[in-house]
Design a protein around this ligand. Sequence first.
Ligand code: GSH
Length: 198
Amino acid sequence: MSLPRLYSAPPSPFARKVRIAALEAGRELELVEVSTSPVAPDREVVRANPLGKIPALHLPGGEVLYDSAVICRYLGEGTPLYPQGPALWRALRREALANGLMDAAVLARYETTLRPEPLRWPEWVQGQMQKIHCALAAMVDDAPNADALDIGDVATGCALGYLDLRYSHLDWRADFPTLARFAEAVAMRPAFLSTAPG
Ligand SMILES: N[C@@H](CCC(=O)N[C@@H](CS)C(=O)NCC(=O)O)C(=O)O
């Protein structure tokens, strides 16, 4: 039987979240690696997801799922990634927080790498960096747990990993040692190790 095909790219923190959720849930995927951006969208990705964004998941029956939160739930529903009862809402809120951090970080990266230099807007980048800082502070209050992962923990680990990949100059570990300990613990899990961007 054919596998669901995931459009992804190694540096994408959203695609990594899906890959980790799949591994943690014991679901197999076929990876289709693409390169896409708002100014150079991949045509196959746009056919799959009208927003032109990855991740998108092509199901064997022909249907396509996006965005990462929908795909993760499709893959992980019924596993500890999505706890029962009130804990579910906390897990989903923490996923949303980490997704928001990743959105801010990806958008600020587009602004500083894709946008032509004379058109760049430093205050806007500052605004995104402020969102990242506020999200990190909220993650501490909403403590992640590397021993019993839910989707909020997976997303938090991916958000922190993306900061290390693209914002290595940000010394977030100094300000948020609890998150540093979480990042270190979660990075040792096979699903995180095997999806770490090179
Ligand atoms: N809300 C989306 C965000 C996905 C996203 O921003 N993906 C980036 C790569 S990390 C992308 O495909 N960007 C291309 C574009 O914005 O056109 C999700 O959770 O899947």
